[in-house]
Design a protein around this ligand. Sequence first.
Ligand code: IMP
Ligand code: MG
Length: 183
Amino acid sequence: MQAELRVDKLRVLITREQIAAKVAQMGERITADFAGESLVLIGVLKGATIFLADLARQIKLDTTFDFIAVSSYGSGKQQSGEVRLLKDVDLAVEGRNIMLVEDILDTGLTLTYLKNMLQAHRPKSLKIAALLDKISRRTEAIAGDYVGFIIPDEFVVGYGLDFAERYRNLPDICVLESNSETG
Ligand code: IMP
Ligand code: MG
């Protein structure tokens, strides 16, 4: 009975207040670093949407935003190793300052793929803003230019991050302690 209502165990890792303070700091740094320039934020769907919405409002520059979608994870917790482009950018990239906005840097496969793809469009500059960094999991030689929090190797959800599409709406970032792999 009620098998679909399985409740996972969640433990708060980063509170909404900590996130808000960090995002404000990141926005200030980006504003200072790009003073006098315009900036295109490119969010990676869907995980980066909430971070991008908050970060964009902390950037006091002439800013536009766009979204890109990739598939690499399926519905579980394991990276499949294959990145596929599902939705390209709508705006022109050539000659612009581009900030790739991502929820989390894990193995680095996704952002390595996207960075190479966007670099081919000859932007003026190309930087990465990642709210979270699971640095111990990295297999690719890539680093974020603006990183919010370095976190341990635990599966997290909330503030845009999902497990099988769930939990994106949690205001805090939480460790998912369920042992379910099926979603
Ligand atoms: P990477 O390509 O391994 O760096 O993976 C980056 C993507 O994996 C992120 O955009 C997330 O969608 C997903 N991901 C990695 N770790 C987590 C996690 O702990 N929770 C939710 N999604 C994650
Ligand atoms: Mg993602």
